[in-house]
Each structure stands twice: as structure tokens, then as C-alpha cells.
Design a protein around this ligand. Structure first.
Ligand code: CTP
Ligand code: MG
Length: 224
């Protein structure tokens, strides 16, 4: 089967912001959320939409992680010290036949399939770099290191989610051209190489499980 569309799932983070106020547990993506791990939930959503999934997992957990879904090849590689390095490691495991790739934070475990399909539809329409976004509910201020602050127009701001979608060459070039290890998403790297970013509607359910309150929210959503 030609693996035309792949998904990379960076899942190697420790979840330090989640653990700060909670009892010590496994790395964030391997925490249980209503009976299934955060990572398993992200894999399950993407497995319905792509041909190949490459998970970048904590290096010391590799031999214990196995995923099986009919019709999808699922590969696990070791993650890196940064999200960016984890994605780069996963890029090295893509098959030659892959033309398009999604990159999805494992921590966005409740992402609706409809968001994934909107990103894929934009790629099918010819986009090379696709980002799902949502509006900002709060008022927003910009701050500077020297203590200055100024209001920002929230209507001009969007929050960036995943999965982000790319042609495989655009994503590879973005990572190859990166000059720091600090990128918190992939579109930032790809856009820096001159690519145009196409926005599609994200969804509040694609929120990133980051703080303890996010875990409670996810459990409540799943239990409702
Ligand atoms: N990630 C990764 N490799 C890293 C760091 C992060 O694969 N070295 C992944 C995380 O597993 C997560 C996604 O990138 O799915 C988004 O990162 P984030 O929410 O920041 O997760 P953590 O880095 O684990 O959390 P924290 O920053 O609070 O430690
Ligand atoms: Mg992090």
C-alpha cells in the first residue's frame, strides 16, 4: 500500500507543567485519561485519517509501546530533548512514498476528526503549510522585557493548534533550515523558509493538555 499521507506525533515530552502540581506520574503522553493514554487517544483519531503514523516517544519507553490499527502502519521512534528534535527524529522514519504529513501534539488528545479532515482538505486543495486556529476569548496585552505593556486587538490574534499539515518537502526544508531548537510548532519553521501559511478552523476540543486543569477538563469532556 503506498503511504501517501503520514502523521507525526511528538509524544516525548515529560509534561513538567502538568506534573508541577500533581503527584509524579509517567511522561505526559503516557498518562491515563478515562482508561486510555493521552497518546493512544491521539493515535486513534489520526489512524482513521492517514496511512502511516510515526510516534516520537520517550526513549526509555520504546520497547513497551506497540500500536495496532488495521490499515495503518504505526512506527515508534525515540524522541529528542526538544519537541523540534522529536519531530526531526520522526521525519527520518517516513517512507519514500509519503507526499503529505500532519504533525500533531500527542497532548491534544481530544482533537475532533473534523479538524484533521479540514487540514487534509486544504492540503488536497494544494496548500503546503496548513494551521488550524481558534479565536482568543480574553482581552490580550503585549509585554516587553523592560516592563512595558500595551493592549493588543484580540480580533487580530488566533491561537494555533495541531494537527498542522505540510507537503513532506516543505516540512523537511523547514526543519533543515531551523537555526534554534526553540520552535513550539512546525509552521513557524516552514513559514521562515518562505512558504505561505493557510489557516483553517480549529476547535476548542483540540486544546493542549498542559496544566492540571486541562486534565480535569479532558476527563469531564470524556465523562459527559
Ligand atoms: N514533545 C516531544 N519531545 C519533547 C518535548 C515535547 O515530543 N522533547 C511533545 C510533547 O510530548 C507534546 C508536544 O510535544 O505532545 C507539545 O509539547 P508540550 O505540551 O510542551 O509537552 P511537554 O513538553 O511534555 O510539557 P511541558 O512543556 O509542560 O514539560
Ligand atoms: Mg514542552
Amino acid at each position: 500500500v503506498p503511504e501517501a499521507v503520514a502523521a507525526i506525533i511528538p509524544a516525548a515530552g515529560m509534561g513538567s507543567r502538568l506534573s508541577a502540581a500533581a503527584p509524579p506520574g509517567p511522561p505526559k503522553a503516557l498518562r491515563l485519561l478515562a482508561g486510555r493514554t493521552i497518546l493512544q487517544r491521539s493515535v486513534d483519531v489520526l489512524a482513521d485519517e492517514v496511512d502511516l503514523i510515526v510516534v516520537a516517544a520517550p526513549a526509555d519507553r520504546l520497547e513497551r509501546l506497540h500500536f495496532h490499527r488495521p490499515g495503518v502502519r504505526i512506527v515508534v521512534v525515540g524522541g529528542g530533548a526538544t519537541r523540534q528534535e522529536s519531530v526531526r527524529n520522526a521525519l527520518g522514519a517516513l517512507s519514500e512514498s509519503v507526499t503529505h504529513v500532519l504533525v500533531h501534539d500527542a497532548a491534544r488528545a481530544l482533537v475532533p476528526g473534523a479538524v484533521v479532515r479540514r487540514v487534509l482538505a486544504a492540503l488536497r486543495d494544494g496548500a503546503r503549510c496548513v494551521v488550524p486556529v481558534v479565536a482568543v476569548p480574553d482581552s490580550v496585552r503585549g509585554v516587553t522585557a523592560d516592563g512595558g505593556t500595551a493592549p493588543l486587538d484580540r480580533a487580530a490574534i488566533r491561537l494555533v493548534q495541531t494537527p498542522q499539515g505540510f507537503t513532506v518537502d516543505a516540512l523537511r526544508r523547514g526543519h533543515a533550515a531551523a537555526r534554534t531548537e526553540l520552535a513550539t510548532d512546525d509552521a513557524t519553521l516552514v513559514e521562515a523558509t518562505g512558504e505561505t501559511v493557510t489557516l483553517v478552523d480549529g476547535d476548542p476540543l483540540a486544546f493542549k493538555i498542559t496544566h492540571p486543569l486541562d486534565l480535569l477538563l479532558a476527563e469531564a469532556v470524556l465523562g459527559r
